[in-house]
Write a protein that binds this ligand. Structure first.
Ligand code: PLP
Length: 387
């Protein structure tokens, strides 16, 4: 079967921000939005702006939108609408869900996280360990930044209650073998707690196929607005006692974990973002992203040191590198002057950066998504060669 081809020029025309000429290689920090997402947010505020549960039309439209957003989230994640939870961002949702789970934990219980995790999937556990006398340990990575599954097996004990891990590293781009991590966690009687924030713009998520118990992502990383989204397995959500105000609804069960009045206008943007991805299609996205990543790997000048996998196998097209003689911040500033947006620092992936010996300055990070072009990759490579 022929690979799906992406009409990059046509889809770029749907993103107003991309007309600026800036090469947005900063996607791991947040992606640009198509006009349909921007319009959906504006339309909601113009036509449906109201709180929920009222008798009047705008409130009813808001109710419908919230229901639709949960349905869209369920389709996006491969679960049922009642298992989806919206929040401010992944970090806030993760603190909330981990705290709810923590009501079932006891001193001495163990949590495993990995050296590939963003701190949003680490700090909530460390804080609970502080409060409840839990033990948190880190599953190590190999020199090539792949996850050391033998280390995971060694560290699992009968006290392990959770294995928290990312579907993709937001620093080095590595995608661990999620099926194996989940299988090992479950064999040990632990929950599999996945951070899909970095993976979400790069490929489809199916929580049922993955077998994870909890999964979190952030629509602003996949062409939507600044929101967080979580999946929780229904039996768990029912078992946990949520931190909630008494009058708020208990059903659908996921909404027990949604506190206060949420940003309904952003739900509208979220629905439009998922529709956008559906129109483009994951096959075409993946084929194009792979070509972008390969072009970058093939052209990286010798003066740059790449940290992470040197092929497109086992990774998404997110790359960290150092340039001899310049700090990461200096590189990012010089690129900014040339209209190339990249990140410098540790991007909260503190363990991986420490393990790779990149602290305290971190590294330069360039991340490609489907709206980037081969020309932009070339622009980056030429700018690197000219530094
Ligand atoms: C892998 C990963 N996890 C978690 C987060 C935190 O997400 P949020 O900003 O939605 O809290 C990020 C943000 O960059 C991330 O890349």
């Amino acid at each position: 079967m022929a690979a799906a081809i992406l009409d990059v020029d046509a889809l770029r025309a749907r993103f107003p921000a991309l007309a600026s000429g800036v090469a947005f290689l900063d996607a791991p920090g947040g992606t640009q939005c198509p006009q349909s997402v921007i319009d959906a947010i504006g339309s909601y505020l113009r036509e449906s702006n109201a709180n929920l549960g009222g008798a009047f039309a705008a409130s009813r439209r808001s109710d419908e939108l919230v229901e639709r957003a949960h349905g869209t989230a369920a389709g996006f994640l491969g679960c049922r609408p009642e298992e989806t939870i919206f929040g401010q961002n992944m970090t806030t949702l993760n603190f909330a869900l981990t705290r709810a789970l923590a009501r079932t934990l006891e001193a001495g219980d163990e949590i495993l996280v990995t050296q590939l995790d963003h701190d949003g999937n680490v700090a909530p556990w460390l804080e609970l360990a502080h409060d409840l006398d839990l033990r948190v340990d880190f599953v190590e990575i190999h020199e090539d930044t792949t996850l050391d599954l033998d280390d995971l097996e060694r560290k699992l004990t009968e006290r392990t209650r959770v294995v928290a891990f990312p579907l993709a590293s937001n620093a080095v781009g590595t995608t661990p073998d999620a099926a194996r991590v989940v299988a090992l966690a479950h064999e040990a009687g632990a929950l599999a707690w996945a951070d899909a924030v970095h993976f979400a713009p790069h490929g489809p998520i199916d929580v049922a196929a993955l077998g994870v118990d909890v999964l979190l992502c952030s629509p602003y990383k996949f062409f939507g607005p600044h929101l967080g989204l979580a999946f929780g397995r229904e039996v768990l959500l029912r078992a946990w006692r949520p931190y909630k105000v008494r009058p708020a609804a208990d059903e659908p069960v996921g909404t027990r974990f949604e506190t206060g009045t949420l940003a309904h206008e952003l739900f509208a943007g979220f629905v439009a973002a998922v529709e956008y991805i559906g129109e483009v299609g994951w096959d075409a996205i993946r084929t194009h992203e792979r070509a972008l990543g390969q072009r970058f790997l093939d052209g990286l000048p010798g003066r740059c040191t790449l940290y992470g996998l040197e092929t497109m196998e086992g990774r998404v097209p997110t790359f960290v590198f150092r340039v001899a003689g310049l700090t990461p911040r200096e590189v990012a500033e010089r690129f900014a002057e040339q209209g190339i947006a990249v990140w410098a620092g540790d991007y909260y992936a503190v363990e991986a950066m420490e393990r790779l010996g990149l602290q305290p300055d971190g590294a330069v990070r360039a991340g490609f998504v489907h709206y980037n072009t081969l020309d932009e990759v070339d622009r980056l490579l030429e700018a690197l060669a000219a530094l």
